[in-house]
Design a protein around this ligand. Sequence first.
Ligand code: UD1
Ligand code: MG
Length: 420
Amino acid sequence: MKNICAVILAAGEGTRMKSGLSKVLHRISGKPMISYVLDALRQAGIRRILIVAGSNHRELRALHGHEAEIIFQKKRLGTGHAVLTCGPRLERFKGSALVLTGDAPLLTAGTIRSFLKQYGSERPSAAILTARFENPYGYGRILRDASGDVTGIREELEANEEERAIQEVNSGIYLFETSGLFRALREIKPSPNKKEYYLTDAVEIMVRAGAKVRGYLLAGGREIMGINTRKDLAEAAKLIWERNLDFYMERGVTVMSPDNTYIEAGVKIGPDTVIFPFTYIEGDVSIGRNCKIGPFCKIRAGSKIADDAEIGSFVEINRSSIGKKTLVKHLAYLGDACVGSAVNVGAGTITANFDGKNKNKTRIGDRAFLGCDTVLIAPVSVGAGAKTGAGSVVLRGRNVLPGTTVAGIPAKKIKTGKRK
Ligand code: UD1
Ligand code: MG
């Protein structure tokens, strides 16, 4: 998509979020809101992307500086001013600008593609993606004349009663032929009430100058939802969690109770794995096939769980690998651990991986048997086929040799077994 340059508006203060964190950096399912917009653009094949940043410019550069140009909008004077700030990079661009807000994380690549297609077949000077909402409160309303042609967009704050009753809303996603856009942007005046330079005012200016402006209505339209408040954030998050679960269920994973199961995007899960209720799985986790996960467990980033393993109730796994057929069925914390296959991790087992300064590793060999309430103070290893008695505390560096049994506090060898 060489003739399209996307502009994501992300400089706003997000005052309605009442937050010290920039709005577009608020996370949904482990991922900043703006990253969803970037992903959708990339998936739709758009390569050239500008992000208009404000006081969040450092964070945005660190997050997306490798794939997008970050434009600094020093004073946040409104969405029209934000696009104008891109002038030096965009004005002479020989193509169209796809302008969108950074607070619309539900937008999909499919919708972007069909918007581009419609625009490409008609080639208007500007096109607005619109939706019809039962409750349009807060959105800009699409004004059309008697023949249905778009004549402008009216913001909530500036609208009269009749305009407020209009249910067709502005998604904040537009396509513009660039030279016409910049001509219009320069004519925008601050809005009467909010005193901002509204991008939406460019539409009326263009229409008055005789330009062809189209509004394309998106059926359903929920995905254009803009996140302005914490309540919006929760509503969008609900849909994103649902989307994530659909993805896994379509790939043969049983999710027993979708209402209280949370799987971040990017997790890999094999077929026939069953996820029991109240489970949270962070991104960057892979789980094999035929595993049982939960109920009430948390699997954190950097963990790998092999086929046929069971991770049961009240278990937390963090940056650890769990081998095939290994059972961690109740009340355990495994952090920075590398656990072999067919290991039995008894109830209450804890890897003490943090010594106040460093995170240390624990290694547990194949077929080891950890008695209930074992504490392993890392760095330490338990050899293949070794056993620990209930309540053992294995001190750091006191590696348990393969096949031996240790018990007590501190754990001492009570049996020298044969290596299996
Ligand atoms: C905007 C639209 C509204 C539309 C809605 C869709 C305007 C004036 N209004 O309203 O018609 O229905 O989106 O969600 O455009 N931003 C900047 N610089 C600024 C101001 C804002 O980059 O100076 C960014 C914000 O970070 C945000 C986006 O622009 O990502 C939209 O701003 P926001 O304040 O959320 O506008 P809305 O009131 O939602
Ligand atoms: Mg918004």
